[in-house]
Structures are given as C-alpha cells and as structure tokens.
Write a protein that binds this ligand. Structure first.
Ligand SMILES: Cc1cc2nc3c(=O)[nH]c(=O)nc-3n(C[C@H](O)[C@H](O)[C@H](O)COP(=O)(O)OP(=O)(O)OC[C@H]3O[C@@H](n4cnc5c(N)ncnc54)[C@H](O)[C@@H]3O)c2cc1C
Length: 180
C-alpha cells in the first residue's frame, strides 16, 4: 500500500488520484484494523469539507473485550498508529477523529436461534407488521438485501398482500458474492 501522506499539504481532492478505492480490507499482519473506508470516494456529499479526507477504520470486536473497552483517546491513538504503520498516513497528519462503538452489529445464530421459526410465526400473524432489513429480520442481510426486503414489503402493501413469505425469501440463495 502506498503511503498517502495525507495532511502535510494533501487535500481531500488529492485522495482520488492516490487511492481510488471506496473501501479496502486490510490483510497486513500485526494490525487489528479490518477495513478502511475512504468516505470522500464514496461521495463528496459524505464529507462536510471535501478539502479534508475522512478515513473510516473498522475494528471487529466483542462487547467487553480489550478493543471495546479502550477509552476514546487510547483507541484513536491506537488506530492512528496502525494507519501510520501500514503506510496510509503520516501520524501527525490527523486533524480530527471520532470513535463510534456499535453494539449488536451481527445477528447471533446461537442461543435460542434454533427457535426462530416460532418468533417468525408470531410476527407474521400480525398482518400490518413487516419485519425488514438486518436487525428487523435478525438475519445477516447486506445493504442490497435490506433494501430489497423494503421494496418487496411495499409491493405487498400496495397489493394488500399479508403473506410475508416473499420477504423472508430474500437472501436465501445458496451463493452470494460481493463484487465491486
Ligand atoms: C460493521 C458492519 C459492516 C457492514 N458492512 C457491510 C458491507 O460492506 N456491505 C453491505 O452491503 N452491508 C454491510 N453491512 C450491513 C448493512 O449495514 C445493513 O445490512 C444495513 O444497514 C441494514 O439496513 P437496515 O435498514 O435494516 O438497518 P439500519 O441501517 O441499521 O437502519 C435502522 C435504523 O433504525 C433506527 N432505529 C432503531 N431503533 C429505532 C427506534 N426505536 N426508533 C426510531 N429509529 C430506530 C436506527 O438508528 C437506524 O438508523 C454492515 C453492517 C455492519 C454493522
């Protein structure tokens, strides 16, 4: 990975020339960061000031573990050091940072999950309740699946269809490939 040297004179506009990806999974050994997002490359409208580069670092962890319990300043320093070590930025180029902890990001397929059908049967019986998306359906839906469940639900509502099986059929294909 090429060092971007963001900061020392580099602007948000420079990033497009040096890093064209929206997101990259990090494979380097010895760092905990799992994925980088270059928000400027998703859309200039995602950043308040396109003259600055916003990089998102995703750390996958468990509630209560060492990453989760780090205070914000320690977490930020840890992340900045990792980003520097894998040659993405100069450590002193960071102008601002924020730490957001998101609990319950992944639907758990253990515990009482084997009785999920009972929950679905009950919620399906409520005619005007449509469970959608990732947490709504407690299913590992990606964004496209989540949007599709909403679109199918709207079609059902317009057609006065109360059977929700076509919503539950979204994201049940055997093969699912994420492609750029
Ligand atoms: C760490 C992580 C990485 C991911 N990576 C990818 C990826 O690379 N590609 C991909 O396609 N998908 C990815 N996803 C999945 C994607 O984010 C979800 O599939 C998608 O956002 C689900 O959309 P949704 O509308 O169901 O829920 P959400 O986007 O979670 O929206 C639900 C909204 O409801 C609001 N809300 C909750 N409770 C209430 C309430 N009581 N009253 C009012 N509002 C409420 C929440 O604040 C939230 O804004 C990732 C998810 C996570 C957590």
């Amino acid at each position: 990975m090429q060092r971007l040297k963001l900061g020392g004179g580099a602007t948000g506009k420079d990033i497009a020339g040096r890093m064209s990806d929206n997101w990259i999974y990090v494979q380097e050994p010895g760092v905990k960061v799992g994925r980088l997002q270059f928000f400027n490359n998703w859309s200039p409208y995602m950043v308040a000031n396109p003259d600055y580069v916003w990089i998102g670092l995703e750390y996958f962890c468990d509630e209560g573990d060492i990453l989760w319990t780090m205070d914000d300043d320690t977490m930020s320093s840890f992340a900045i050091e990792e980003l520097h070590r894998i040659n993405v930025i100069e450590a002193d180029a960071v102008l601002d940072h924020v730490v957001i902890r998101v609990p319950k990001t992944y639907p758990a397929y253990f515990g009482s999950y084997d009785r999920f059908a009972e929950v679905r049967e009950f919620t399906d019986s409520l005619e005007n309740l449509y469970l959608l998306g990732r947490n709504g359906m407690h299913r590992y839906n990606n964004m496209d699946h989540s949007m599709l469940t909403a679109m199918v639900a709207v079609d059902n509502i317009i057609a006065n269809k109360t059977d929700k099986s076509n919503i539950w059929s979204v994201n049940t294909e055997a093969d699912y490939h994420e492609e750029k």
